[in-house]
Ligand binder design. Structure first.
Ligand code: SAH
Ligand code: SF4
Ligand code: F3S
Length: 476
């Protein structure tokens, strides 16, 4: 699903405001083509969905632009996971309103989870929004756009039990040409009491594995060298062949994607502790190209809080899953999501979260303070009784511990050599490349002649900080 820090940023905060870019080529078709601009917020599923939206829009003569001022259609693909995520969108709409006033005729649309959660009320509260489309209704965009072009509002927030967009070939936006996301399932059937996702994304459904493998092969042929299989709970992936009734588990799918080519790295996110099987771990151990990295969100280290969260595992179960990882895939790095200050959380519960973090030795975590979401089980059943100051103090303790764990993790890598997939220039310098090792650590190193993004190199690690490893290329 994304990086640490101010060092530690949350999923949505880390990518907020990023737009997707394709070159703005001027050609004769521009006269008849319309341009859309899209900004994506929230998790990787949303970023991946924006690529599906781009594909659907290209069918109705809309071309992407990186320049919001040139767009006929401005889209925000939104997130509802915490209150702050929705506030960010409302603020963004205030600036977009100004653009719309200065350029009458510009259409503004809200896509994604906030569209699904707020539905019609978004059109009523945000007068300049013309279009509200939920995550399962993107195929309806051409019709809805016609409606908006005719001066009406367009809304479709129907949640489907079948839609997986399996046949749609995503337009790779803002792509580095090396790494890509592939959605393998949609929705979520878990009912974690704090979480809005089951309401905004609907029921869980898995995508046809043949279309997943073919998308991965196609990406490899086009020069991509890493795919990340995406789902809210990849371990519950389940697909049945309509004729043979043969079933495909996540372990089987993972193996098939790994078999596309040994030079295609495979990652996946997110794993759920209650469903992560040893089968998946054995597949990981068998294939060098399946990256040795698992994002296994714990949420809390206290069994009592986990039960209130309805996570359906306890501390012991979670530890058992980490032990299985250590035994079957010893070189695997593990990261987590943690919520501070969930309803009724005591200092003792909080300490259990800290001790779990240290025990599990996370290489990285996304850390949040609890934000009550309307309609969720927790909002209906429990009181959001931990005051903001306590939440803040606990969250900062969690962040400080993670920073220390990440720094220690990285310090242990100094002196080791890793196989690294080059992703592009480092953020700071054009004379350096950045890339990741199998454990998902970002590594920065000086360029060498003849190497390009998409190549694998071996890098010897010379130094580190809590976010990055620094090294030099060595000949294996
Ligand atoms: N499907 C993934 C999580 C998706 S949401 C899983 O089950 O692990 C990403 C993360 O946001 C969650 O893991 C959780 O840590 C956090 N989150 C979700 N709802 C939240 C809320 N109401 N308040 C604070 N953090 C929340
Ligand atoms: Fe939300 Fe739980 Fe589903 Fe993750 S598994 S998306 S936290 S309900
Ligand atoms: Fe946000 Fe929706 Fe993802 S609520 S985290 S964009 S599934």
């Amino acid at each position: 699903m994304n990086p640490i820090v101010s060092d530690i940023k949350t999923i949505d905060e880390s990518r907020q405001g990023e737009a997707f870019y394709l070159p703005d080529t001027e050609d004769i078709n521009d006269i008849i083509l319309k341009r859309f601009y899209i900004e994506s917020y929230g998790c990787q599923m949303n970023f991946s969905d924006s690529e599906i939206v781009a594909s659907i829009l290209s069918e109705c003569r809309y071309k992407p632009t990186q320049d919001i001022e040139k767009a006929n259609l401005i889209l925000l693909n939104t997130c509802s996971i915490r209150e702050k995520a929705e506030e960010t969108i409302r603020k963004r709409l205030r600036t977009i309103d100004k653009i719309k006033i200065s350029r009458p005729g510009t259409m503004v649309g809200i896509l994604g989870c906030m569209a699904e959660r707020l539905k019609q009320s978004l059109l009523e509260d945000e007068k300049l929004v013309d279009l509200v489309v939920g995550p399962d209704a993107y195929r309806d965009l051409p019709r809805l756009l016609n409606q908006v072009e005719d001066g009406d509002k367009g809304i479709n927030v129907y949640l489907s039990r079948e839609e997986t967009y399996a046949d749609i070939s995503p337009v790779r936006l803002e792509s580095n040409g090396v790494t890509a996301f592939i959605s393998i399932m949609r929705g979520c059937d878990n009912m974690c009491s704090f979480c809005v996702v089951p309401f905004t994304r609907g029921r869980e459904r898995s995508r046809d594995p043949f279309t997943i493998v073919s998308e991965a092969s196609h990406l490899f042929e086009r020069g991509y060298r890493e795919v990340t299989l995406l789902g809210q709970n990849v371990d519950s992936y389940k697909w049945q062949h309509p004729e043979t009734h043969e079933t495909y588990s996540f372990a089987r799918l993972l193996e098939q994607v790994a078999n596309v080519h040994p030079d295609l790295r495979v990652r996946f996110s997110t794993s759920h502790p209650k469903d992560m099987t040893d089968d998946v771990l054995h597949v990981m151990a068998r294939h060098e190209n399946i990256c040795k990295y698992i994002h296994l969100p714990v949420q809390s280290g206290s069994s009592r809080v986990l039960s209130l969260m309805n996570r359906t595992y306890d501390r012991e179960w979670y530890k058992n899953r980490i032990e299985a990882i250590r035994q079957i895939v010893p070189e695997c790095a593990v990261s987590s999501d943690i919520i501070a200050g969930f309803c009724t959380e005591t200092d003792e519960d909080h300490k259990e979260t800290l001790s779990m973090m240290a025990w599990a030795d996370y290489c990285m975590s996304y850390m949040f303070s609890y934000s009550e979401r309307p309609g969720t089980l927790a909002a209906r059943k429990y009181t959001d009784d931990i005051d903001e100051d306590t939440k803040k103090t606990r969250l900062s303790e969690i962040i400080a511990l993670q920073r220390q764990l990440s720094a220690e993790h990285n310090a242990r890598d100094v002196g080791k050599t890793f196989k690294v997939l080059i992703e592009g220039d480092s953020r700071k310098s054009e004379s350096e490349f950045k890339g990741r090792n199998s454990q998902n650590k970002m590594i920065v190193f000086p360029k060498a002649p003849g190497l390009n993004p998409g190549n694998y190199v071996h890098v010897f690690i010379e130094s580190s900080n809590s976010a990055t490893l620094l090294g030099r290329i060595v000949t294996n």
